[in-house]
Design a protein around this ligand. Structure first.
Ligand code: FPP
Length: 246
């Protein structure tokens, strides 16, 4: 297939670049249905698009990209869809890991790895180990992840560590989350027109800017990511305080 020429984008127009972008990649199923295809074809197209978006994040200078790949609630989907998704994740790791590594991508996992197939677990662990010293882009893959489960897990660890209530601060609590050591997301993007946070980074996204688009995930490309970054750069982030002009 002929490659489309990349449109020239004015990166200097993005005055404030979000350091950490998080994406709820929604709409794969509807994208497939519109084309009379099975849902898993939508997920395959979604995986191909993820590759494009990783490239665009590297190009634009985003430092951290967190993607919602599989939630704790996604286990309720039909068995055929779950196994299709697991195959897509496995193939993506097999086919893309070397190139991601060469690109300087550092792979992280958010969620409970133990709940998934041991072969896939092993591939994820090896991917994390292989890329651990890379620093161009941190790619957090939220996989078998739920925000409430993450908070519960943190509380259990805090209790197990015997932390006294008066010692517990927001910073210390954050260090018990899967995102330990990483800054909170600045921008959360949700595709497909849904306006929900869906148990994604519910602690970390407390002050994130939200960008929602009706575009289905497989069609959310480099140029729309650019638009989202540009819109973010014009937002005034107040973190609960008053605007500077007041
Ligand atoms: C939501 O769309 C998407 C998912 C549950 C899976 C996301 C997975 C990918 C994009 C595959 C690539 C990921 C990696 C890590 C290689 P939906 O199925 O809920 O869509 P719908 O709301 O239109 O039905």
């Amino acid at each position: 297939m002929a490659r489309r020429k990349k449109k020239a984008l004015d990166l200097a127009a993005i005055e404030v670049l979000p350091r950490h972008v998080a994406i709820i990649m929604d709409g794969n199923g509807r994208w497939a249905r519109q084309r009379g295809l099975p849902r898993v074809a939508g997920h395959r197209a979604g995986a191909e698009n993820l590759r494009r978006i990783i490239n665009a994040c590297v190009e634009f200078g985003v430092q951290i990209l967190t993607i919602y790949a599989f939630s704790t609630e996604n286990w309720d989907r039909p068995e055929s869809e779950i196994s299709g998704l697991m195959k897509i994740f496995t193939r993506a790791l097999d086919q893309e890991l070397d190139e991601l590594h060469d690109q300087g991508v550092c792979l992280h996992h958010l969620g409970d790895l133990n709940g998934i197939d041991p072969t896939l677990q092993d591939k994820v662990r090896r991917g994390i180990e292989k890329t651990k010293d890379n620093n161009r882009l941190i790619l957090n893959v939220a996989f078998n992840y739920g925000g409430r489960a993450e908070i519960l897990h943190a509380v259990q660890q805090i209790l197990a560590d015997g932390i006294a209530p008066e010692m517990l601060t927001e910073e210390l609590f954050s260090s018990y989350l899967f995102t330990c050591g990483l800054p909170d997301p600045d921008l959360v993007i949700r595709t497909s027109g849904e306006l929900r946070i869906s148990n994604f980074l519910i602690w970390q996204a407390a002050y994130a800017e939200l960008f929602a688009t009706p575009t289905y995930w497989p069609d959310f490309g480099r140029e729309e990511l650019y638009d989202a970054l540009l819109e973010y750069s014009h937002r005034e982030r107040r973190f609960g305080a008053l605007p500077e002009s007041t």
